[in-house]
Design a protein around this ligand. Structure first.
Ligand SMILES: NC(=[NH2+])NCCC[C@H](N)C(=O)O
Length: 335
């Protein structure tokens, strides 16, 4: 076992899962995120931190296509997103069961259906720290409940706003089915996966749709918005989040980091930026502290979209993304 990370075996290995995928939302370019992150030197940076790095190129999801993929209910690209996330779940699950640490680079945040399902296959008691401006817990019913927001994102139905509804079983394939053949219904593979809402904590929220607010309340989900970050400071907020989902500091932790949790002045190139976000240091502190718990088992970095804004903004966002990953994988300023 690793002296720093309780669940990862020596020699500590990080397995990069590059996921150039944008089908969970409407803006082109987020599929380029992982390519830019790797081209910025991430592999060598992680080797420098003492990790053995496995990276066999980005997943092309070649065999996966869904040429005929009309919306089901309000959901856009349901067949494609289901197939891609199922493939991601398999890959992440394999790494997890070998006790290497999967680092998934997105791509849009619908990919977390795959990454978290994969983590749960290896660590059924894992908890999730979801760092994001958005709650991404819209159900098949509530996905258009973000009234002001929806006006400029085509009434949503974008599955990147929904992964946690499927993972917590608030939505399931039954809500998408008009056929008896359950195998062919999108997301039926996820029906057997369940993340209890008591093992989910958010940090950084500031753009939560009406229907999502009701879900957070009703299921008593640990949600720390920017208001709590301002009020208590990031150090206290991270402990408060861990107290809710991992009170004994014993369970495996999956970190799912959406780069839009950061303020747009820090990470401008992302599809759904929201002002008033985490500072550079607050974002890094979360990553550093979770590494320090020794309990990290998987990391996602999502929603870097280098095609948005200008080249300098894209480069800044990619650089911050790499820096967050280094912080989550043990980089320290003094040792
Ligand atoms: N992963 C993201 N950037 N999600 C943004 C979601 C925005 C909005 N709540 C929706 O459901 O469409």
């Amino acid at each position: 076992m690793n002296k720093n990370l309780k669940f990862i075996t020596e020699p500590k290995t990080v397995s990069i899962v590059g996921c150039p995928f944008s089908g969970g939302q409407r803006r082109v370019g987020v599929d380029k995120g992982p390519i830019h992150l790797v081209n910025a030197g991430l592999v060598d940076q992680l080797k420098d931190l003492g990790w053995a790095v496995e990276f066999n190129g980005h997943h092309q999801f070649e065999d996966i296509s869904a040429e005929v993929d009309p919306p089901i209910g309000k959901l856009k690209n349901p067949r494609l997103v289901s197939k891609v996330t199922e493939a991601v779940a398999q890959v992440v699950g394999d790494h997890t069961r070998r006790r290497s640490l999967p680092l998934t680079l997105g791509g849009d945040h619908s990919l977390a259906m795959g990454t978290i399902a994969g983590t749960l296959s290896g660590y059924p008691d894992a908890c999730v720290i979801w760092v994001d401006a958005h709650a991404d817990i819209n159900t098949t019913e509530t996905t258009d409940s973000g009234a002001w927001y929806a006006t400029y994102t085509f009434l949503t139905g974008n599955i990147h706003g929904m992964p946690l509804a499927f993972l917590t079983s608030l939505s399931g394939s039954n809500s998408l089915s008009d056929t008896k053949d359950s195998q062919s219904v999108p997301f039926s593979w996820l029906d057997s996966v369940h993340l209890p809402p008591s093992r989910l904590a958010y940090i950084g929220l500031r753009d939560v749709d009406k229907g999502e607010k009701m879900i957070l309340l009703e299921h008593n989900i640990a949600a720390f918005s920017m208001h709590e970050v301002d009020r208590y400071g990031i150090g206290t907020v991270v402990e408060m989040a861990l107290d809710r989902v991992n009170p004994d500091r014993s369970k495996p932790i999956h970190l799912s980091f959406d780069v839009d949790a950061l303020d747009p002045s820090v990470a401008p190139s992302t599809g759904t930026p929201v002002r008033g976000g985490l500072t550079f240091r607050e974002g890094h502190y979360i990553c550093e502290r979770l590494y320090e718990t020794g309990l990290l088992v998987a990391v996602d970095l999502m929603e870097v979209n280098p095609s948005l804004k200008d080249a300098a903004d894209a480069q800044q966002t990619v650089a911050v993304g790499c820096s967050l990953v280094r912080a989550a994988l043990g980089r320290s300023d003094i040792n």
